[in-house]
Each structure stands twice: as structure tokens, then as C-alpha cells.
Design a protein around this ligand. Structure first.
Ligand code: HEM
Length: 594
């Protein structure tokens, strides 16, 4: 396997070498026909031929392409989005700040405030467009679906983590994966709550034990284990037992460091999985020159290998039992009833790599997203005890103090759904995403402005995180956490006439396939959790320093910077930086919740 750096250099240098060879050949041919060139002229010609491409790429391509595209736009009565001023390094520094130590997306927001909700920025050879405009995001994802794709650059950035699974493919390959996956998210399958019950009960009792020992809970890590075990049981028919590795203790806790827990296979898996995603996300921010930062070794592949090491025995075991089942001619139901997702994949292909890729794709899609939703739900409850009481009242009314919720209970609990939606509005699990334009496209005019021209092959980044916080779309209280906005007259005023202002699960043909599964899982967990615990607080004695926003951060219009108690950070999904340590009290059994 060629390392990323040399592969990039080869891709960049090859056209130059070819150009130089052509010039050399042409000069040679002319000389053979009697044109004599002085040696100096010949060398100058070779050097010019060799440097032509880098000079074009670094200095001329940008202004030439911009002016060409501006002319093409004008010919169609449109304009290019406003271009962010500044050198490539300034632009990239602002992008990195948005995801590094700054407030999430703040560089983009500053540009949006200066240039409007759709703008263009350039970093070295790459041009990107960013939009927070619901109509344009709707066009990218739904109405002009066929004119956009995830694209080759995204594919290459994520290939060593995701291969060519559903998340990371386009065209026919994507359709094949999507069709294969869809039956596993049928209503019958996702309303079977046995899986959630087992794992919710396990984690809640582990939390009770840990609280009884006198320690808080690192909620983000704990909930990641719940969603991982639930997702793997749903997909493989057997969970990966990540809760078996035990909950984290705070740093400095006077207990023996249990190396067996640190090196527990599921912990190795979780670490590899998380670091692989973080590293892959960095590539997206570095732009198309990312291989320079991983010149000699692919920094994602080692993590993916660790993930595969964990999955191989599960795959092998299921293959064996599949063989046994096929010998016994066990009947498979019409929509795959009676088999797991993994069984279905094994039946569909002999290629283990395709199967592993598909599993990693669904795990990436399903585990961290729901964990993010639940982590931010609890974070909000640490700040807003009155919301806990509202939720608990609804739980008492519909489910009772101890019973397990049914599918119908969850469907009837309007406030719980509004609470989850409000969490997804202010803290959407996938805050930034992108597509590439396949052809040049005109997007409709905004009031009083000309239509927008998007050239072919441009990366179009869209941010639901920033869109969900726009006061002109959600009203003057857009930055307040208030679930009632999904129930009261504000829903009629803002959301009903313009549903595309809320897109935590995307939209169009590639809308999240696990949306209902995620709502059921998060609702189920929250109900059982709030039946068991109360009085949530961040434990500032153990909450890492690195997770606290700098004291000098002040409130900035349009953001919750300066108001958040923890740092938000984002690789592919949004997380609380370095974890969320929560103290809480056990709820007395049968306590009157009113
Ligand atoms: C709160 C929880 C979740 C959120 C916010 C969420 C959000 C999203 C988003 C934004 C996408 C689009 C990504 C893109 O096209 O670039 C997506 C796709 C997807 N999600 Fe989810 N997701 C959640 C939970 C789940 C779960 C639990 C599963 C499965 C167990 C799942 C499976 C998928 C799959 C397979 C795709 C790819 C669909 C395709 O490209 O056709 N998601 N999700």
C-alpha cells in the first residue's frame, strides 16, 4: 500500500513530468527537423514547462477560475457567493479555530455575519462554499439530489476508516448499500425494545453501584457503551460487552489502576473507533492536501485495523453458525425476519472486507450520534432542573414510576419528543456536513438578491448547527433551550411552514436510516434513567480543566459562547470535550414524581 504522502506527490508531480517530457520531445523533434536552439533557450523552455503547473495552481488558477466562473454566472443572470477575504493560511486558520480551541463553528459564523448565509472561501487550490440557508441545504440534499455527491475527495479522506460502505459511497454503490440496509430498520424491528431494556438496565445498575461507591459518572463514556452494546446487538445479534469493561473512575481516584479494564477488548475497540474518526475528520479540515500531514503513514488505518481485530472473531463465529444454519436449511422470513444484519450480509457476500466495512459504517452512523444526543440531553438537565421535573411528570403520567415504556407510550409522550428535538436543534449530533457539486448549478434567488451560481466540482459545506440557531428562522429566542417551541404556537409560526429549518437527520434520499431507531433508543433510555435518578449536576471537582471554556470567553450574539459550561468539540459528531462528569441521586422506588 503506497503511503498517502508519496501518493499525493505522485499525483501532483506526474502531470508536470508528462508536460516536461512532451516539451522535451517536441523540442527534440523540431531539432531533428533542422531547428537549432541554443542550449540556454532549451533549458529555459524545460524549466518553464516544469514550473508551469505549480505556478498555475498556486498563483493563477484561483483568480482565473474565479473570474471565469463569475462570467459564467453572469451569463446565467446569477452571481457567485461572496468570497471570504484573506490568504489561504488565514482562511485555514479560521477553519481550524472553529474546530480546535475556539467555540464550535465560530469562524464560519463570523463569515456568515459579514458575508451573508452563503459564502465562498478558498484555501490554496480548493474552493468551498458554505451555506446555512435552509432552501439551499434542501436543494443539496433533496430537490437537486442528483446534482450533488459525497464525491471522490470525501471518499479518499474516509476510505481507510469506512471503505466503500453506505456512508461513504455514491451512485449505484450507495443504492446497493442503502437497499441492503433498509429492511433492517423496519417498524417491527425497531419497536422491539428487548435490546434497549437489557442494556439500559445494565448500565443503570452499574451507575447505581458507582454512585454508592461515592464517585460521579462520566456520562458521555457510559452512554457510548450503552449505544455501542445496543447497536452491536441489533446488528450482530450479540453485543460487544463494552459495559463489561466497567465505568470510568475520575482521574486521581484512589483505586488500583485496573489494566485488564484499560486493555479490555471493547475499550481498545472504543478508543480505536473514536481516534479513527477524529483523525479522519482532521483530514476534511486540512483540505485536499491532507496527505502531507500523514506523509509516510496513514494515521487512520492503524485504528481501523484495531477495530477489525475486534470484529473478526464475531464475523467468524457468525459465519460458522450461518454454515450450520444453511446445512439445517433454517427458514429465513421474507424481510430477513429471523436473521441479524450480520447474517444478512454474510448471506449476501463472501467478501469479508465488504461486510466489515458495512458494519463499521452503521456503527459510525449509529453509535456516536445517539450517544451525543443523550449526552447533551443530560448536560441540559444539569443546568435546568425544572425540565427534569417536566419530563418526570410526563413519565409518571404515561409510563409510571417503574414500568418499562412501550412503543405506544413513547409515541404518545409529546414533551419527551420535543425535549429530544430541542437537544438536536441546539446540539445536532452531525453539526457540519458536505457534498460536492457534480455539475454547475443555479440556486434560486433569496429575496432582493440574484440567484447563486455553484460551479461544478466544488465542495459545498452546510451547517445545521448554525442554521438551527438563526434568530430569523427560529425567532428571537433561538438560542434559548425551550422544548415547548416544538409544541406551542411557535411550531406553527416557524417550523410548519418551513420544515427544512430543522434537519438533524438530514433530508432527501440519504436521510438518516436510523432516525426512528435513535428516537426510540434515546426515549427508552431517558425514561428508565429518569425513573432511576434525579438532581443532576456536573461534578466540578473532577470535570477536567480542558473541558471548561476559557474564563475570558464572553457572550457573543448568535452563539452560546460564554454561556456554555463545557467546551463543545466536533470530529464527525459533536461531543463534550474530554467527557461529562455527572453527580446525581438515586430516585426512591415508587416515589411520587409529581
Ligand atoms: C440522534 C441520532 C442520529 C442522528 C442525529 C443521525 C444523523 C444522521 C445524519 C445527519 C446522516 C446523514 C449523513 C450524510 O449523509 O452525510 C445520517 C445518515 C445515516 N444514519 Fe443516522 N443519525 C442518528 C442515529 C442513527 C442510528 C441509531 C443509526 C443506525 C443504527 C443510523 C444510521 C444511519 C445510516 C446507515 C446513514 C447513512 C444513510 C445514507 O447515506 O444513505 N443513524 N444520520
Amino acid at each position: 500500500m503506497v503511503p498517502p504522502g508519496p501518493a499525493l506527490v505522485f499525483r501532483l508531480v506526474l502531470p508536470q513530468v508528462l508536460l516536461s517530457l512532451c516539451v522535451y520531445a517536441i523540442l527534440g523533434a523540431l531539432e531533428n527537423r533542422g531547428h537549432a536552439y541554443p542550449t540556454t533557450t532549451r533549458w529555459i523552455t524545460y524549466i518553464c514547462a516544469f514550473l508551469a503547473r505549480p505556478v498555475w495552481m498556486l498563483f493563477l488558477a484561483r483568480p482565473c477560475m474565479t473570474s471565469l466562473n463569475a462570467r459564467k454566472a453572469a451569463a446565467k443572470g446569477a452571481v457567485l457567493p461572496p468570497l471570504v477575504e484573506g490568504s489561504s493560511s488565514e482562511v485555514l486558520a479560521s477553519v481550524m479555530r472553529s474546530f480546535g480551541n475556539g467555540y464550535i463553528g465560530e469562524g464560519y459564523l463570523e463569515w456568515a455575519q459579514k458575508y451573508g448565509n452563503t459564502f465562498m472561501y478558498q484555501a490554496y487550490t480548493e474552493t468551498r462554499i458554505l451555506t446555512l440557508e435552509p432552501e439551499y441545504i434542501k436543494a443539496i440534499l433533496a430537490t437537486r439530489f442528483n446534482d450533488f455527491e459525497k464525491g471522490l475527495v470525501n471518499y479518499q479522506q474516509l476510505k481507510s476508516l469506512l471503505g466503500a460502505g453506505v456512508f461513504n459511497s455514491d451512485g449505484e454503490m450507495w443504492k446497493f448499500h442503502r437497499n441492503m440496509t433498509r429492511p433492517f430498520f423496519s417498524k417491527t424491528r425497531i419497536s422491539d425494545f428487548d435490546i434497549f431494556k437489557r442494556h439500559a438496565d445494565d448500565i443503570i445498575s452499574a451507575m447505581k453501584k458507582r454512585l454508592a461507591e461515592g464517585y460521579p459518572i462520566e456520562f458521555q463514556d457510559a452512554i457510548g457503551r450503552f449505544t455501542l452494546d445496543s447497536a452491536t446487538e441489533f446488528l450482530f445479534g450479540k453485543d460487544v460487552g463494552s459495559l463489561g469493561a466497567g465505568l470510568q473512575y475520575p482521574k486521581g481516584a484512589p483505586i488500583e489502576i485496573d489494566l485488564s479494564s484499560f486493555n479490555h477488548p471493547s475499550n481498545l475497540f472504543v478508543r480505536a473507533f473514536t481516534q479513527g474518526q477524529a483523525q479522519a475528520a482532521l483530514r476534511g479540515r486540512r483540505g485536499d492536501m491532507w496527505p502531507l500531514a500523514e506523509f509516510w503513514s496513514d494515521k487512520v488505518r492503524i485504528h481501523r485495523e484495531e477495530v477489525d481485530k475486534f470484529m473478526n472473531p464475531i464475523l467468524e463465529e457468525r459465519r460458522k453458525s450461518h454454515l450450520a444454519r444453511s446445512k439445517e436449511s433454517v427458514e429465513i422470513g421474507e424481510d430477513g425476519e429471523g436473521e441479524t444484519f450480520l447474517d444478512h450480509l454474510i448471506r449476501s457476500t463472501d467478501d469479508d472486507q465488504i461486510i466489515r466495512d458495512e458494519l463499521v459504517n452503521i456503527l459510525v452512523a449509529g453509535r456516536d450520534t445517539t450517544a451525543s444526543l443523550l449526552t447533551f440531553a443530560i448536560y441540559v438537565l444539569t443546568e435546568r432542573p425544572e425540565l427534569t421535573e417536566r419530563l418526570r411528570k410526563e413519565i409518571l403520567d404515561f409510563v409510571g414510576p417503574n414500568a418499562c415504556p412501550t412503543y405506544k407510550n413513547i409515541a404518545d409522550m409529546k414533551y419527551l419528543r420535543a425535549f429530544l428535538n430541542e437537544t438536536l436543534r441546539l446540539y445536532p449530533a452531525v453539526p457540519f456536513n458536505s457534498r460536492y457539486s457534480k455539475t454547475s448549478i443555479i440556486l434560486p434567488a433569496k429575496t432582493g438578491r440574484p440567484p447563486i451560481y455553484i460551479p461544478a466540482g466544488v465542495k459545498c459545506v452546510y451547517s445545521v448547527f448554525l442554521m438551527h440557531r438563526r434568530e430569523d428562522l427560529w425567532g428571537p429566542d433561538a438560542l434559548e433551550f425551550d422544548p415547548d417551541r416544538f409544541i406551542d404556537e411557535r411550531a406553527q409560526k416557524y417550523l410548519t411552514p418551513n420544515p427544512f429549518i430543522f434537519m438533524p437527520f438530514n433530508a432527501g434520499p440519504r436521510i438518516c436510516i436510523g432516525q426512528q431507531f435513535a428516537y426510540n433508543e434515546a426515549s427508552y433510555f431517558l425514561i428508565r434513567f429518569l425513573q432511576s435518578f434525579t438532581a443532576f449536576e456536573i461534578d466540578w471537582n473532577v470535570q477536567p480543566e480542558s473541558s471548561r471554556p476559557p474564563d475570558e470567553w464572553i457572550c457573543i450574539p448568535g452563539t452560546t459562547k460564554g454561556r456554555e459550561k463545557v467546551m463543545l468539540s466536533s470530529h464527525l459528531t459533536v461531543v463534550v470535550k474530554d467527557g461529562l462528569w455527572v453527580k446525581m441521586q438515586e430516585q426512591e422506588m415508587n416515589a411520587n414524581l409529581e
